[in-house]
Design a protein around this ligand. Structure first.
Ligand code: SAM
Length: 227
């Protein structure tokens, strides 16, 4: 039931040169450019294989990228070598960041909310507020998985060679197990579905919201300043 299997199966998260990953970058790039007007030091939090870290480096930012998965980080480092990138990849936990306070102009947290339970998200937001400089910005992009559930239940979403064969919510719909099926195999992954509600409740403890927009039916882009 590992996330790493899921990433391996879906190039949208693992292969920064895939059409699916590039599409995510193309969609977000204009928003990042608009809401990150001054160059500076960026933390790409839960960076995965680093596609957004490299984008920000190419745009002139000084990028540190953190993830807790060895598999994702080793792929990111391979991409970095190919690109002669100077992004500093760090293994660490978003809930306890190995950085000093006031050390980043921006923290970007892209498409990772489904991994975080409320308690973890609370620690993560607290840490983001700690490491941001005064006047810094927290850039958050996430999918509202709860809103997406009915679509998944109808079996309409198919990615790469996999389709969703089962949607198994827990009793109070705080998490959902999705079963992905291909011609050859199937695997299950548990996701958190309460992300949007948790952001609404927790972000205001640590941040002031500067901007929020709906990127599409199920996806949000938000900008916060530390309080
Ligand atoms: N931001 C990247 C992107 O958009 O391609 C990666 C998104 S991927 C869906 C989520 C990432 O969050 C994974 O690489 C996973 O290893 C990482 N992650 C999950 N929990 C974490 C934690 N507590 N601390 C750091 N990284 C974490």
């Amino acid at each position: 039931m590992g996330f790493e299997k899921y990433y391996e199966a879906f190039p949208a998260y693992s292969d920064i040169y895939s059409e699916e990953y590039r599409k995510r970058i193309e969609t977000l790039e204009p928003l990042l450019l608009r809401y990150m007007p001054k160059k500076g030091r960026v933390l790409d939090l839960a960076c995965g294989t680093g596609g957004f870290s490299f984008l920000l480096e190419d745009l002139g930012f000084n990028v540190v990228a953190l993830d807790n998965s060895d598999v994702m980080l080793s792929k990111a480092k391979e991409f970095a070598k190919d690109r002669r990138s100077k992004v500093e990849f760090v293994k660490g936990d978003a809930r306890k960041l190995p950085f000093e306070e006031n050390s980043f102009d921006y923290v970007v947290f892209i498409d990772s909310l489904v991994h975080f339970e409320p308690r973890d998200l609370n620690s993560t937001f607290k840490e983001v507020a700690r490491v941001l400089k005064p006047g810094g910005r927290f850039i958050l992009q996430f999918t509202d998985l709860r809103a997406l559930l009915p679509v998944l239940t109808n079996g309409q979403i198919v990615g790469a060679e996999y389709w969703i064969s089962k949607v198994l919510p827990d009793a109070d719909e705080k998490t959902v197990v999705l079963e992905f099926q291909s011609e050859k195999e199937h695997f299950r992954v548990r996701f958190n579905v309460w992300g949007k509600t948790a952001v609404e409740l927790l972000a205001k403890l640590y941040f002031r919201q500067l901007h929020s927009e709906r990127m599409n039916e199920h996806s949000y882009f938000q900008v916060y300043a530390p309080k």
